[in-house]
Design a protein around this ligand. Structure first.
Ligand code: LMR
Length: 398
């Protein structure tokens, strides 16, 4: 049966963890996967999460099956966060939200639902994009193409080319967009550019699918959600996947969601019924604990305030690491404009280094980043930043 099964390549991001763990180099630094570590190099347990967990464990609940679409209070809290509790789409009941297994799970439920609706549609992802976008939509059965995004020479966005690609796309084309903190480049669209993209999608009858995995890591919770408001303002139907892995430091709990904005409450009920079939035939229903924690934090004012402060703390520490990296690179003799490091948003810096340079960083210095040149600045700290900057400087010098 398995004689002809080929060995699959390692995952380009999660596979790096396997390689990192096997590396005997005592000075190794993992800047591969998008995970926030504190200045002590530890994965933080947020205080708001610890407090919510304590409350939940004080009155333990029996572990029955959840509804297929998850905890109702959680889904409602997600809608409040992503769209605004008072937004017309939410109050008129035309947003279908389901709990999902992380942001990836939200993307997959949406992809499987879309595949039933539009089996022949093309999916457009940004060039470059998170490696798993292409794999996930390909595995869901779609042809995947790209739209121009990153301008390597200007370290900016090829916005005119992006719009031209959308204008030329066939109606029904699915367009996957990073709502904030673009992964891997850290180059985000301006509010005016978002408006133009939303208007183009509406005019051309495209299907926007926003991936929002890093809300709060760019400028702030509301600011990072501005793209969603641009799409809401056009009145079109669209998808949003949400992840709380990073913003709550709950990676292993797999807490995410998929929201589908529909034209009416009646349409929303039909869409929700189909999303439930996708979920039921994949994993039946979601797990309880992580979503209970997130719902508790989001709906308890004191915990919510604590979360916003802790999220701001993570965001600010990443910014401080960006500035420190620039200083250390300059001190190590790297010439030229390094301001891109401080203007990029979110957890990543897109270094511009090629695959061979990234491999050299790994083999010679034990510094692990993704082959695309992406390094996770959220994993830098006051101890590892010096050696990382020194290694980068050497590799940049060639
Ligand atoms: C990343 O891009 O590193 C994260 O989103 C983690 C993942 O699942 O790839």
């Amino acid at each position: 049966l398995f004689a002809a099964v080929e060995m699959a390549p390692r995952d380009p991001i999660l596979g790096l963890n396997e390689q990192f763990n096997a590396d005997p180099n005592p000075a190794k630094v993992n800047l591969g996967v998008g995970v926030y570590f504190d200045d002590a190099g530890k994965l933080p347990v947020l205080r708001c999460v610890a407090e919510a967990e304590k409350q939940l464990l004080e009155s333990p609940k029996a572990k029955g099956y959840l509804p297929i679409d998850g905890i109702a209070a959680y889904d409602k809290a997600v809608q409040g966060l992503v769209f605004g509790a008072e937004s017309e789409a939410v109050t008129s009941g035309r947003v279908a939200t389901v709990q999902a297994l992380g942001g990836t799970g939200g993307l997959k439920v949406g992809a499987d639902f879309l595949q039933r609706l539009r089996p022949a549609a093309t999916v457009l992802i940004s060039d470059p994009s998170w490696e798993n976008h292409r794999a996930l939509f390909t595995n869901a059965g779609f042809p995947v193409d790209t739209y121009p995004y990153y301008d390597a020479a200007a370290r900016g966005i090829r916005f005119d080319a992006l719009i031209a690609k959308l204008q030329a796309a066939a109606a029904g084309t699915v367009v996957v967009l990073h709502a904030c903190c673009h992964n891997p480049t850290g180059c985000d669209l301006s509010p005016a550019q978002w408006q133009q993209i939303a208007a183009t999608c509406a005019e051309r009858g495209l299907v926007p699918f926003l991936d929002m995995a890093y809300q709060g890591f760019g400028k702030g919770i509301a600011e990072d959600g501005a793209a969603v408001q641009c799409f809401l303002a056009t009145g079109q139907q669209f998808f949003v996947s949400t992840s709380f892995s990073k913003s709550f430091s709950l990676y292993g709990e797999r807490v995410g969601a998929l929201s589908v904005v529909c034209a009416s409450k009646e349409e929303c009920a039909r869409v929700l019924s189909q999303l439930k079939i996708v979920i039921r035939t994949n994993y039946s229903n979601p797990p309880t604990f992580g979503a209970q924690v997130v719902a508790t934090v989001l709906t308890t004012p004191a915990l919510r305030a604590m979360w916003e402060k802790e999220l701001a703390g993570m965001r600010e520490r990443i910014k401080a690491m960006r500035s420190a990296l620039v200083q250390q690179l300059q001190a190590a003799g790297v010439q030229g404009d390094l301001s891109y490091i401080t203007t990029q948003m979110g957890m990543f810096s897109y270094s511009g280094l090629g695959k061979e340079q990234m491999q050299r960083l790994r083999s010679e210095f034990g510094v692990y980043g993704v082959d695309s040149g992406r390094i996770c600045v959220a994993a830098l700290n006051s101890r590892n930043i010096g050696p990382v900057a020194a290694a980068l400087a050497k590799v940049m010098a060639g």
